[in-house]
Ligand binder design. Structure first.
Ligand code: ADP
Ligand code: AMP
Length: 216
């Protein structure tokens, strides 16, 4: 299954994509995670991307689309993928369709996780991520067993630099202006599955499963 996960920053895309990917035996491809891995490794791509990510702006398409084209061509995507973080604009959605068509593929479903904006700031400010394996936690909603340590690998948890209140405000504006129109775009294509993201992590997963005809 070739699936895109959409929703505003903090909606729970990464959280859901991770479990879905494990259950479906397909890779979870997060454009944000790929950028952050490049920033950590100090690559040229990372240095360039960081100039935009640190302000909460979108990384330019020429960089982002080349990166995702290469990633989707890798062998582990042959049986499907869960794409989280792209497309973020109508232009990227058109480009994604063209990239997939070149590879003889198409999207099966676009899952939109719907969360009221007033909940997003608290979700993002409380988010903690494993430095080692990128597993995501929340200080209150989904805390690790041992404070500051990842349950999965024991790695150190950190707060993303762009999860500061000022950067979050810009990210939400960028989402509204550039990404929200994708909901109507995919609805028109008959691909959209919208789920209520304002419920427990497990119940969101159950609703996504119902919409995909999948029991996890
Ligand atoms: P996104 O990838 O959409 O930016 P994340 O999956 O990283 O969002 O989730 C943002 C934060 O909200 C994380 O700290 C995560 O633990 C928490 N979270 C995710 N889903 C839920 C939920 N259904 N209810 C409460 N908190 C959630
Ligand atoms: P995320 O991990 O999805 O919250 O993304 C973190 C940041 O990475 C975003 O705020 C953008 O700066 C950048 N980014 C991720 N995906 C894209 C994309 N598809 N297009 C442009 N920038 C992106």
């Amino acid at each position: 299954m070739n699936i895109v996960l959409m929703g505003p920053p903090g909606a729970g895309k990464g959280t859901q994509a991770d479990v879905m990917a494990r259950n479906l035996f397909v890779p979870h491809i997060s454009t944000g995670d790929i950028f952050r891995a490049n920033i950590k490794a100090g690559t040229e791509l990372g240095q360039l991307a960081n100039q935009y990510i640190s302000k909460g702006d979108l990384v330019p398409d020429e960089v982002t689309l080349a990166m995702i084209k290469d990633r989707l061509a890798e062998d582990d995507c042959a049986k499907g993928f869960i794409l989280d973080g792209l497309p973020r604009t109508i232009g990227q959605a058109d480009a994604l369709e063209a990239i997939l068509a070149e590879q003889g593929k198409q999207l099966d479903k676009v899952v939109n996780i719907d969360v009221p904006e007033e909940l997003l700031i608290a979700r993002l400010c409380g988010r903690r991520v494993c430095r080692n394996c990128s597993q995501t936690y929340h200080l209150e909603n989904n805390p690790p067993t041992e404070p500051g340590r990842c349950d999965e690998c024991g790695g150190e948890l950190y707060q993303r630099a762009d999860d500061s209140e000022e950067t979050i405000k810009n990210r939400l504006e960028v989402y509204r202006a550039q990404s929200e129109p994708l909901i109507a775009y995919y609805e028109q294509k008959g691909l959209l599955l919208s789920v209520n993201g304002n419920q427990t992590i497990n119940n969101v997963l159950v609703d996504i499963g119902k919409g995909l005809g999948q029991s996890w």
